[in-house]
Design a protein around this ligand. Structure first.
Ligand SMILES: [Zn+2]
Length: 286
């Protein structure tokens, strides 16, 4: 799943190519992906694009009249074309969810692999009409998001920090992968309760969060969409690396399997060498 750094790179890529152009056509192939009906998708045709923005993991293409908003979810992706194929878009089993053509012939497909479909497309007059955007917490990478703000959010929350970091209503844009990376960088157990962090641990976690996301944004920046997923995977230190060696301490990276999600951590770096139980983490699944 693309998270804040990849979505940010995608937004920069699209902003450069879309701003100043107009939508020529938008064709839905996966009806279930379109979550709104008023205004209709066709209302965007002919509209000039004013800019492309990010809200958490949502991409927002702004026009004078309405916004095209999408969330790629777990298995969704964007494929860019300098010349969009002329083949007709038919609803069916293909991974294609939406095809967008611009007035210069360029455009993109939104695609989604697998059978569980959760890619979401919205056409709204105001981005706050997208429920997932309306409930987003603060952007953890914002210049004015301070250590005090962070400490204020953690204080009193009897929630495991792994779950808290990836809760979109608490911090916008962090998912399963970067929460693993942040906790590894901070050398903290995913199961620690936010309310129990010492001021020192809170500061370490804040710095790890900011640094990890900034490093990842630097890795993603300037890359075309086709390269973003691999670049993200290569830069991971623990996430997705079960059984591999921790580059910090040499221990073997372990995983916890929880419902339909797994996460990784290093016992020596993060949990005093102790393996974590699978069932302790109660707030991970969203
Ligand atoms: Zn380690």
């Amino acid at each position: 799943m693309p998270e804040l750094p990849e979505v940010q790179a995608l937004v920069a890529f699209l902003d450069e190519r879309l701003t100043g152009r107009a939508f020529a056509s938008l064709r839905v192939a996966a009806i279930s992906a379109l979550k709104t009906f008023d205004p209709p998708l066709s209302a965007l045709e002919g509209e000039r694009i004013d800019g492309v923005h990010r809200h958490g993991k949502f991409v927002d293409v702004e026009t004078g009249g309405a916004h095209l908003v999408f969330h790629l979810a777990r298995a969704g992706w964007l494929r860019w074309y300098d010349e969009v194929p002329k083949t007709p878009v038919k609803p069916g089993r293909s991974p294609l969810a939406l095809r967008v053509r611009l007035d210069d012939g360029a455009g993109f497909d939104l695609t989604e692999a697998g059978t569980k479909k959760s890619l979401a497309v919205y056409v709204v007059r105001d981005v706050a009409d997208v429920p997932g955007i309306a409930r987003l917490g603060p952007d953890p990478t914002a210049a004015d998001f301070t250590l005090d703000d962070f400490a204020g959010i953690l204080a009193g929350r009897r929630t495991q920090i792994k779950g808290l970091l990836r809760d979109q209503s608490v911090f916008a844009g962090i998912g399963n992968a970067y929460s693993d990376e942040i906790l590894h960088a901070a050398k903290l157990s995913p199961y620690l309760l936010a309310a129990k962090l010492t001021p020192e641990q809170t500061e370490v976690l804040y710095r790890a969060m900011r640094d990890t996301l900034a490093e990842a944004a630097a890795v993603a920046s300037g890359r075309p969409p086709a390269e973003l997923k691999d670049a993200k995977r290569r830069a991971m230190r623990v996430h997705g690396r079960t059984g591999e060696t921790c580059e910090v301490c040499g221990d073997t990276i372990r995983q916890v399997i929880f419902a339909d999600s797994t996460f990784q951590y290093c016992p020596t770096c993060q949990t005093g060498g102790k393996p974590l139980a699978d069932r302790v983490l109660s707030r991970l699944v969203k």
